[in-house]
Write a protein that binds this ligand. Structure first.
Ligand code: 5GP
Ligand code: ZN
Length: 148
């Protein structure tokens, strides 16, 4: 755990967050200044700054968690961006690796210039929809159940 890292504090549950998913290596929670409704962050629990520092043994866990959260977000919309800002010039503000999953709802709609804080009532509603009791979402028809 890195000192003064907000995502390490969330991973250790020392700081609050609307946690949607957790397993041994990964965690997902709602972004506190969402770019759109349901904006979710997926992190490795262990502190690393960059994707290139992720131990290969955790590639599966990381992509599995991102994929699982994408599947849950598809309850909101099948349109979303998945991305990483890596380095300050690329827009990275929190230097603990995180994947953004940013739902998109309307064609041509730009991200807001001024980001509003997560609405507590909506966060509670989204948590109910997306956390699925902390377990895995049931597989969709025609898809294999996730392993592990
Ligand atoms: P970056 O620009 O580093 O890729 O994105 C950092 C993201 O973390 C931003 O979208 C920001 O709103 C979010 N964020 C920053 N601090 C906190 C926090 O304390 N809690 C949560 N849930 N999200 C945070
Ligand atoms: Zn950290």
């Amino acid at each position: 755990m890195a000192e003064d890292c907000i995502f390490c504090s969330i991973a250790s549950r020392a700081a609050p967050a609307h946690i949607l998913w957790e397993d041994e290596h990964t965690m997902a929670f709602l972004d506190i200044f969402p770019l759109s409704r349901g904006h979710t962050l997926v992190i490795p629990k262990r502190h690393i700054d960059r994707l290139t520092e992720l131990p290969p043994a955790q590639y599966g866990a990381m992509l599995g968690a991102v994929s699982e959260m994408c599947r849950r977000i598809e309850q909101l919309t099948v349109n979303y961006n998945v991305g990483i800002n890596q380095g300050a010039i690329a827009g990275q503000i929190v230097f603990h690796l995180h994947f953004h999953i940013i739902p998109r709802y309307r064609e041509g709609e730009a991200f807001p210039r001024r980001r509003l804080p997560l609405d507590p009532a909506d966060a509670a509603e989204l948590s109910r929809m997306l956390s699925n009791g902390g377990g895995r979402a049931p597989p969709r028809e025609g898809t294999a159940p996730p392993k592990g």
